[in-house]
Design a protein around this ligand. Structure first.
Ligand code: IMP
Ligand code: MG
Length: 227
C-alpha cells in the first residue's frame, strides 16, 4: 500500500446537542431509549463515500484483504466495500478485494470489561503476505484494536491499515489512531448503524446517543433480573 497522506475526519464537538429524534424516523421500539440523533444515516453514507475514495486511491495496485470486525463493523464494512467496488468498477487500475471476518467482544453494558475476547477466529493464515484493511465500528480506548493488531502480526501480513467509522474523544484513550476515520465523537455511549448496547440497537439506522432510561431498559442487570 502507498503510504497514506494525512486523512481528515469529521469532528463532532462536545457541545453539539445532536438532532431532535422527532426530526428523523426511528423505530418505535427505541423511541424511549434514545437521547438524540448524533449522526444521521445519510451523513454516514456520504462520509463513507469519501472514505472509499481515499482508500481506493491509496491502496495502490496490490490485492487487498478487507477484514470485518464483527458484529459492530458489519454495516460499515458492507457499505464501505460497496463504494470501493463501485470506484473499482469505473477505474482503469482496479484491485481485487477479498473479504474475511473476525469477531471480538469486550463490552458489557456501557463499560469495557477490559478483557478482549476473540470469538470465532477463522484460519487467518490467508493473511500472510497480504495487504490487510481492518474495518471496525468504533475505537474508544483503542485497546481492542491494539490487541487485534498484535494478533494479526502473528499471521505475517505485508501491511495492515485500519478504517474505523468512529473514534471517541476520551481521556481513557491509549493514544491509538486508525489510518482512516469517519467521525470523531464526544465521550458518550452511542448506538445504531450496527453499533450495539448489549446486542440492542443494531437495527437502528442513525448513530444516536442512548438515554439513561435506555441503558437501564437494555442493561445486563435488567436482562439478568428477567431470567
Ligand atoms: P476499545 O477497546 O475501548 O477501543 O473499545 C472498542 C469496542 O468497544 C468497539 O469496537 C465497540 O464494540 C465497543 N464500544 C466502545 N464504545 C462504544 C459505544 O459508544 N457504543 C457501543 N460500543 C462501543
Ligand atoms: Mg467493534
Amino acid at each position: 500500500m502507498v503510504e497514506m497522506s494525512k486523512n481528515t475526519f469529521i469532528v463532532i464537538p462536545d457541545d453539539f446537542k445532536g438532532f431532535n429524534l422527532d426530526s428523523f424516523c426511528v423505530p418505535k421500539h427505541y423511541e424511549d431509549s434514545l437521547e438524540t440523533v448524533l449522526i444521521p444515516y445519510g451523513i454516514i453514507h456520504d462520509r463513507i463515500e469519501r472514505l472509499a475514495r481515499d482508500i481506493s486511491l491509496e491502496i495502490g495496485q496490490e490485492p487487498l484483504v478487507a477484514l470485518c470486525v464483527l458484529k459492530g463493523g458489519y454495516k460499515f464494512f458492507t457499505d464501505l466495500l460497496d463504494k470501493v467496488n463501485l470506484y473499482n468498477q469505473y477505474s482503469s487500475d482496479s484491485v481485487p478485494i477479498a473479504v474475511d471476518f473476525i469477531r471480538l467482544k469486550s463490552y458489557e453494558d456501557d463499560k469495557s470489561t477490559g478483557v478482549v475476547q476473540v470469538i470465532g477466529i477463522q484460519d487467518l493464515c490467508t493473511l500472510k503476505g497480504k495487504n490487510v484493511l481492518v474495518v471496525e465500528d468504533i475505537i474508544d480506548t483503542g485497546r481492542t484494536m491494539m490487541k487485534l493488531l498484535k494478533l494479526l502480526e502473528t499471521y505475517q501480513p505485508k501491511t495492515v491499515k485500519v478504517a474505523s467509522l468512529v473514534v471517541k474523544r476520551t481521556e481513557h484513550s491509549s493514544g491509538y489512531r486508525p489510518d482512516y476515520c469517519g467521525f470523531e465523537v464526544p465521550a458518550k455511549f452511542i448506538v445504531g448503524y450496527a453499533i450495539d448496547y448489549n446486542e440492542h440497537f443494531r437495527d437502528l439506522n442513525h448513530i444516536c446517543v442512548i438515554s439513561d432510561y435506555g441503558k437501564q431498559k437494555f442493561g445486563s442487570a435488567a436482562v439478568k433480573n428477567s431470567l
